[in-house]
Design a protein around this ligand. Structure first.
Ligand code: AMP
Length: 113
């Protein structure tokens, strides 16, 4: 079966897209854990942070830059936000196409569960 986030990037599965360019797509999480919960993904299929190599350094920097730009655009610059990349079973990764969660709009507990 095709990767669900590849399908979203290709628009064969619908999503509420907040931002896209030739390399990155950002869309709202289907099961939001905060008032703002956006997933920022590369169009290129990379399963997880465990698969990152030197070739992905610029792309990963771009994921972070777009996350911060979206946080600013959506009004979270002052109160702050969290960007999370769950990796592997202990972190609860459930979709194996790398994604940064942008969470904002409420006070977020620490340490995470
Ligand atoms: P993770 O557990 O870090 O792998 O996060 C996967 C996230 O993808 C979860 O927060 C899910 O709610 C979200 N998700 C799964 N399917 C979809 C979908 N079709 N559209 C938007 N978000 C999704």
């Amino acid at each position: 079966m095709k990767c669900i986030f590849c399908s979203i990037a290709e628009k064969s599965i619908p999503a509420k897209v907040e931002y896209e360019d030739t390399e990155v797509v950002a869309f709202h999480d289907i099961n939001p854990q905060a008032p703002t919960h956006i997933l920022v993904i590369p169009r290129k299929h990379i399963a997880s942070l465990r698969d990152i190599s030197q070739a992905h350094v610029e792309l990963m920097g771009k994921l972070l830059k777009i996350s911060s730009e979206l946080a600013r655009k959506l009004g979270h610059e002052e109160r702050g936000y969290r960007v999370v990349i769950n990796t592997g079973p202990d972190a609860g990764q459930s979709v194996f196409h790398i994604h940064a969660h942008l969470l904002a709009g409420r006070s977020l507990g620490w340490p995470p569960g």
